[in-house]
Every structure is written in C-alpha cells, then in structure tokens.
Ligand binder design. Structure first.
Ligand code: IVH
Length: 704
C-alpha cells in the first residue's frame, strides 16, 4: 500500500517492485478494459495503482513513459488534454527479433518475369509461388506467446518498432487469444493494418463536419489511427488487419501457404485471395485478374506480392540488406477514371475563400463513387483549359478530394462551354477580390455574405469548438427563418423558435437547447477556436488561451504582445489584432460573455455548482460525451470520482454498455444506478441560477 512504503526502500528494490506493479496493473487493465472480465476488485486495483504512484513520487527517476500512471486517455488518470483532439503519443520501443524488411517494388511486368527467371535458376527442384494482394496500410508485427497476443510493434525503422499493443487490442479482427491447437509456444506474425473504404469515408465525413483536416487516404488514416493516444478511440476507427508472414524458430511447416493456413485455423485473419502459381503465366493471370477486380474490394490494394512458397527455398535465396530475394511486389498504376464535367460550382468558405469545384458524372474510383473534384483556383482551371461537358481524367492522389489530372480534347464535340470564373460572390453578389500573391479569390463581405455567416455558425458549433450537436441543415434553416445570423444569436433561441424548423419536435428542440446550454462549460481555448479567427486553429487557440489566460487580456494584447507567444508569427498576430479591432466582433464577444461562455482558463476550475458535494460517484460505460469530460462535470459540480464501488458510493452513473460486473456489484450493495439523462438533469442549474439560463430552462421544462 502507498502508505506502507518505508523510506528505507532502496532505488533498486523500488525499481523491481515498480516493474512488477506495472506488469500486474497492465494485465488487469487488459482483463478489465479489453476482456471485460476483471479478476481483482476495483479496490485492490486502486491499491496497486496507489502503490506505484507512491514509488514513482519517491523515485522520479523510475518513471517510465509507459507507466500506467502516465497513460493519458485511459481511465487511469485524468487526461490533461481531456476533450481535445486525441494526439499521437510517444510509444515505448522494442527491437524486432527479425528485421522488418520491405519488398523490392516494380511497376514493370518484365521485372516480375526477371524475378521468376532468377528464382528458377537458383532452385533446381520443383517449386511454386504464392501470389497475394498487397494490402495498402501500415505494417504490423504481432507476437503471440502461449496462445495470447503478447505484443504489437510497428515497423519503425525496421530494427526497432513502436509498441502499439494496447491500441491493437482494440482492432476487432485481431484475436487476443488463439483458438484450436498446435500453435508454437511463441511466434511472430506480420501483416498490414488498414482502414476499409467505408470506415475511411465515415471517419472523414466526421472530421469534415468537425472541421478537422481529413485524412488524405486510407493508408494515412490507418497509420494515424494506430498511433492514437486513446486505445478505445482506435476501436472506433474501424481498422482491420490481414496477416501474411509467419515467423518463428523451427516452425513445423514446409510452405508459406501451409503456415498461413495454420494461422487461419488458429483464428488469425489471413487473406483467402492468395493463390499458388506454378509459372510466370499463372502469375500474370493473377495480376491481370486483380488489377481489374481490386476495384470491387472494400479496401485499398496497391499491388500484388509474389513469394516463393517453399520455406527451404526462401532460406536458400536469402536476403539482400534491404529485401528478401524470395519475394517481389508488383505495384498497380494509380487508378484513373474517365468521366464528364457536368458543371462547376464556386464554393465560398467561412473565411470567404472561393474554390471552384467540378460536379462530375458519378464514377467509381478506388473504392468510392466520385461525384466532385476540386479545381483549386482560377490558375488551375486555366492550366487545364477545362470546359463544361469535357471528358476528364480523375485520380486520387495523396490528397483527400480527387483531382482532375487531364482533359481529353479529342472527345470534344463542340458542345462544351468555357466556364466563366465569377467576378462577384455567387451568394451575396459582392465583387470578389484577389490579394497580391494569393491564388484564391475572396468574397470580402464577411459580415453580410450568407454563406460565410452560415459557415461561421457551423464552425462555431462544431465538435472541437462548442461541441453542440447541429448539422448544416439546421444552421441553414435557422438562418433562412431569420432566427440566427451570428453565434451569439444561437444562445437566445427558444423552444418555440426551434419548433418552427422542418421536422423538429419537442424532443429534438429540447436536446438542442440542452446541448447549447452544456456548451457554457466548454473551456476557454475551445471558445477561442470557435470564434473562427483566421489562422487560429485548435492548437493556436490553446497557445493563446494559456498565454493570456482570459479574453480581456487577449483582447488588450498588442501585436508585439502576441508575437511574444511561442509559435505565433506575424500573420497570426495581424489576424488576431484585426479581429479584435473590428467593432462587430467585439460586440459578438460581449454577447457571448453575457450568454455565459467561458472566457477564462480559470473558469474551468471554479465549480459549476456544489450539487454533488460530498458524493462519491463511479462511472461505467459509454456516454454521449467522453468519459474524461463526464468526470470533469462531476468534479465541477462538487462530486468526487472513484473507480471502485463501495459502501461510500453515492451512485453509479451508467452510460450505454456499462460493465456487467459493476452493475451487479452496485445492485448487490444497494447502490443506485443513474442514467446519463438523469444525471444531466441533476446537475442542470436551477431556473433561477442566472437570467439567461432562466429563459432557456423555462423553455426546456416545457418539454419535460
Ligand atoms: S510480405 C519480408 N505480403 O508491403 C517481406 N508484404 O512494399 C515481408 N505488404 O513491407 C512482406 N501486403 O508492409 C508482404 N501480402 C503481403 C503484403 C505486404 C502488403 C506491405 C508490407 C511490406 C510492403 C512492401
């Protein structure tokens, strides 16, 4: 126990005990979080954790980056970045037992023929090739020990990889434990983690809605997701894995194909698209088949891997310093699609930037249907000499939105029309401007252009900003009905106002008002980001909030003061001063202050209420807000968070899918179980708490 550590403990004793504790705690984390089958009581778990915290406090040199006491994003410790974009963390690194090499690549079928010829000359007995899809994701190396997943390492530099075990445990088709029998006591199996198109599209839609930069392609999305801070977030990303290379000491298999067959029988995800080929013709047939068929696969493939199937012959052929001599990758050319330009839209973003976007005859490309492609700006349109009605080639490059790579002038029939780049904003008619050195035209009517106004409100409410649940369609309606034309207007909306929206009922109105009301708890740095000051993204907003501490200090800051802040250069400093110099912006800010938004980093620390004073609360399950945010709400209302149920627990706050053990234990101890909805009602300020919320809660109660 924490308190029983006598001061006589030597650093060496402490190191040994800390290692032991970390091992035991990790194993229990796995049992609790992953298997959903805890084997020790929450109390005993807390005691182990406290003991480790005490040792680390006494011997700071012993703190390791992987210590469960350090792990943010898990349930073990309040995350310092609670509610913010999950960031990538530093991972522990481990050496690879066998170097993780890459493959020789070619786009040239002739080189595949050369490879097959070289292999035939080196081996003078019959042999075969295993042909497989080349999965386009991020490489992973799994170690199974005694039938259980022991460790997952990324490729890293090929010699040392990042330990992403906890994240990998949340990938659904990777088994924690093997089934069947006959697996080696310890072995490695390597493969690829990738994100199927469907999950990729869903993730990017979500990111676009939240105004996070979308991932350029499923491969980036997969590797980014694999290195997320919060393992359970990894679980939501829809990653999948296919394994293609079994390694170990004296494995009882004659061929690679047999080894993968065995792996499949142990429950490991192995591709069923592989094929044994006897000669170059069969290899070429396989390549030709998949070059067409890959378009119908639900995930990205970028080629075919051809491997010598017999493990003895693999050994004979060996490795160069970089690649195996027994395998080669044939890469497919980037997919292109030919389609027609139907029209060109000129989109206006919340900052006023105008982007030409081509509407296309829908066409299938790399797993998704493409209907639009960006034309970036006027210069790009002129370079392509694009016309409406043209046949164009679209390609998915590294970028998110497909691009038009070329026009087919030979297919013109004379009906094509030269597009005219507008000289006025298509939404408000204001003459467009283009500053020196800028590639884009801008609509300068930031205060009056409906498209910019709506865009600003959408941004204001987005998840990383005020986190209010509202789609573009809601904002569209609020604006066109004259109910809101600025972020501050949103806080004066009443239930009656909302019932005027198409399809809105009392429940949806109440939910929206509640969400707005909750947004008063959003920390100051998010509020600052929500304002949509040009060049002030999430991290800049945080820098500014931390540096100046509150809105008044920030508003009073001179350009020179702003330039003192780390990472703030002249462009941002000018943008911030220009924003606060504008009287309309200052008026908005005063109205938002009156609405009760947090304008200071300090605000977050002062309790919202003392409604939960003296109550110890345990949370379990998934909530509509993050668990960290839920714990913050408990603390902000005077409550105490605990992970273990005991006689002292006031109630168990259960989201969806609460731990069955927790529910059982709570019932056994006669502890009340409260839903998220009940809890939210409990902590909602009484109608008289302040004038502004009186109005809204008055409305809310209409619907209760
Ligand atoms: S075998 C020692 N098989 O492509 C060779 N690799 O560009 C082990 N990849 O490093 C690799 N699908 O990350 C192999 N069916 C497959 C593959 C595959 C994708 C990846 C892998 C490799 C890279 C080479």
């Amino acid at each position: 126990m924490a308190g029983t550590h006598d001061d006589m403990m030597t650093q060496d004793q402490a190191r040994i005990r800390a290692e032991e504790l970390r091992r035991v705690i990790s194993e229990n984390n796995r049992l609790y979080y992953v298997e959903n089958a805890p084997q020790i009581s929450d109390y005993d778990y807390d005691m182990l954790m406290n003991e480790l915290i005490a040792i680390e406090r006494q011997f700071p040199a012993l703190v390791t980056p992987d210590s469960p006491t350090m792990r943010v994003g898990s349930d073990l410790r309040e995350s310092p970045s609670a509610g913010r974009e999950p960031v990538q963390k530093e991972f522990l690194q481990f050496p690879h037992r066998y170097p993780m090499l890459s493959l020789g690549n070619t786009y040239d079928i002739g080189e595949v023929e050369d490879f097959a010829g070289r292999v035939s000359r080196a081996i003078d007995s019959p042999f075969s090739f295993s042909c497989e899809l080349k999965f386009d994701g991020t490489a992973i190396c799994l170690t199974y020990r005694d039938g259980a997943l022991f460790r997952a390492l990324t490729r890293g530099d090929g010699t040392v990889g990042d330990d992403v075990t906890e994240n990998v445990r949340h990938i659904k088709n990777i088994p924690q434990t093997l089934r069947g029998s006959g697996y080696p006591e310890e072995f490695e199996i390597r493969g690829e983690i990738y994100m199927p198109y469907e999950a990729f599209d869903r993730l990017n839609k979500e990111r676009e809605r939240d105004e996070d930069p979308p991932f350029a392609n499923p491969r980036n999305a997969a590797s980014g997701s694999l290195k997320l801070l919060d393992p359970s977030e990894v679980g939501h990303r829809g990653l999948e894995c296919t394994l293609y290379h079994l390694l170990g000491e004296s494995l009882p298999f004659a061929t690679h194909d047999e080894a993968l067959g065995a792996a499949a029988s142990w429950g490991l995800p192995v591709s069923d698209k592989r094929k044994i080929c006897r000669n170059i013709h069969e290899i070429e047939e396989y390549i030709a088949y998949w070059d067409k068929e890959r378009k119908f696969l639900p995930f990205a493939t970028d080629g075919i891997v051809i491997k010598v199937n017999e493990l003895d012959f693999q050994k004979t052929l060996g490795y160069t310093s970089k690649f195996p001599r027994w395998a080669v990758a044939y890469k497919f050319k980037a997919e292109q699609a030919l389609t027609r330009v139907l029209s060109i839209d000129y989109q206006v973003g919340r900052t006023g930037a105008v982007t030409p976007v081509a509407n296309l005859e829908p066409v299938q490309l790399a797993g998704t249907v493409v209907k639009r492609a960006t034309l970036h700006n006027l210069d790009q349109m002129s370079a392509l000499d694009i016309r409406i009605g043209d046949r164009v080639y679209v390609e998915k490059g590294g970028e998110i939105i497909p691009k038009i790579t070329g026009v087919e002038p030979a297919m013109r029939d004379g009906s094509e029309v030269r597009p005219v780049f507008p000289d006025r904003c298509p939404y408000c008619g204001t003459p467009l401007v283009r500053d020196d050195g800028e590639a884009k035209f801008f609509c300068p009517n930031s205060a009056g252009c409906p498209q910019q106004i709506k865009g600003k409100m959408v941004h204001f409410l987005s998840r990383k900003a005020m986190n209010v649940l509202a789609g573009d369609a809601t904002i569209d309606q609020l604006y066109s009905l004259g109910l809101a034309s600025s972020p501050a207007d949103l806080y004066s909306l009443t239930g009656e106002d909302l019932l005027r929206l198409d399809g809105w009922k009392e429940r949806s109105a109440a939910r929206f008002l509640k969400s707005l009301s909750d947004s008063r708890n959003v920390p100051f740095d998010h509020v600052l980001y929500a304002l949509g000051i040009r060049y002030v993204g999430e991290s800049t907003a945080r820098e500014l909030a931390l540096h100046f501490g509150n809105m008044d200090a920030l508003m009073a800051a001179s350009r020179e003061d702003l330039l003192q802040v780390a990472d703030i250069g002249e462009v941002i400093a000018d943008s911030v001063t220009a924003y606060f110099a504008d009287a309309r912006n200052r008026e908005q800010i005063e109205r938002l202050r009156t609405a009760g938004l947090r304008f200071s980093m300090e605000d977050a620390k002062s309790p919202d209420s003392d409604i939960l004073a003296g109550m110890t609360i345990v949370i379990s399950g998934v909530f509509s807000i993050s668990r960290d945010e839920m714990k913050r709400l408990i603390a902000a209302n005077g409550g105490k968070n605990s992970s273990s149920l005991s006689g002292k627990t006031a109630f168990l706050l259960a989201g969806s899918k609460p731990g069955p053990e927790k529910i059982q234990k709570a019932t056994g101890l006669g502890i009340k179980v409260i839903s998220e909805e009940e809890f939210m009602k409990m902590i909602s300020p009484a109608p008289s708490a302040d004038k502004d919320s009186t109005e809204k809660h008055g409305q809310l109660s209409l619907f209760d």
